[in-house]
Design a protein around this ligand. Structure first.
Ligand code: AMP
Length: 277
């Protein structure tokens, strides 16, 4: 595996390649990330992964400070997964003019709901860095995890509006045995807390299974209570149109629906989602 820190060196190497799959990450890699590498390897001649903890997408400075960094084991995992290239830039390489004056994207509705609403500036930071990375790598295919459901929609919109010639492919969420969505932030929980955090998935699944017998409001109220009783501090647990992310007050089987949740557990913000039809 080649490791590049400068865009110029990366581009010199990539020039000779025609089918490039790209997996952008913030490191602290786990099996979820590696599943994206696997998808890319199956469909492309060359797979590039980037690791960059992007300062402009953290609306909470404490979250940025505490973000886990495990670069040595990341390199080993990528090597073992057969990743071809790792792009590992410093902040100055991605933001030569500093992080103060970044481009403002017209994200529109998607920036007003769920994580857009609760994490002001987050998706703009995501657009800034993903656009820069796509410019640097110029991949044919971009691999994203459905775990970050809203992020997938924001990036698809970015690729369309900026007319970027990259195909966006979304991949399923990898979970622990108990159902907790794998996430780098899970490293900030103890093993027991991670087991307890699997309640999120059980509740989402419970809503899905019981959707024919109860209203969404009843199921939502019950799940929120269970979360509170178990020590979670829930930001939102909502039902939305899976294509537009418009909130839905009740189940409507004519539409594709997704449950979305963000909940704090022992100070760690966990997100998850589940399609219900
Ligand atoms: P991150 O390092 O958290 O920015 O994630 C990098 C990419 O990996 C994003 O496209 C995520 O959606 C994806 N990802 C994170 N967790 C998972 C998971 N549990 N299963 C599948 N993909 C994931």
């Amino acid at each position: 595996m080649f490791i590049f820190k400068q865009i110029e060196d990366l581009q010199k190497y990539l020039k000779a390649h025609t089918a490039i799959g790209f997996v952008p990450t913030m490191g602290a890699l786990h099996e979820g990330h590696l599943s994206l590498i696997k998808h890319s390897k199956a469909e492309n001649g060359l797979t590039v992964c980037s690791i960059f903890v992007n300062p402009t997408q953290f609306n909470d400075p404490k979250d940025f400070e505490k973000y886990p960094i495990t670069i040595e084991s990341d390199i080993e995992l990528l090597h073992d997964a057969g990743c071809d290239v790792l792009f590992l830039p410093e902040v100055a390489e991605m933001y030569p003019d500093g992080i103060g004056a970044i481009r403002q994207y017209e994200i529109g509705f998607l920036d007003t709901v769920f994580d857009g609403k609760h994490r002001p500036g987050h998706f703009n930071g995501v657009c800034v860095i993903v656009h820069k990375l796509l410019d640097a790598v110029k991949p044919h295919r971009l691999y994203l995890g459905e775990k970050d459901f809203q992020q997938c929609l924001v990036i698809k919109q970015l690729v369309t509006t900026e007319q970027i010639p990259t195909e966006v492919i979304t991949c399923p969420t990898l979970r622990t045995e108990l159902g907790l969505a794998m996430s780098s932030r899970n490293a900030r929980l103890s093993e027991m807390q991670r087991e307890e955090a699997a309640l999120i998935y059980r509740l989402l699944n419970g809503i899905k299974v019981r959707q024919k017998s109860f209203t969404f409001e009843e199921l939502q109220r019950d799940a929120l209570q269970q979360l509170t009783d178990a020590g979670f501090n829930t930001e939102y647990l909502m039902l939305a149109n899976a294509e537009t992310l418009e909130e839905m007050k009740e189940f409507d089987h004519q539409k594709k629906m997704v449950l979305l949740i963000a909940s704090f557990f022992h100070g760690v913000r966990l997100i998850d989602n589940l399609r219900v039809n």
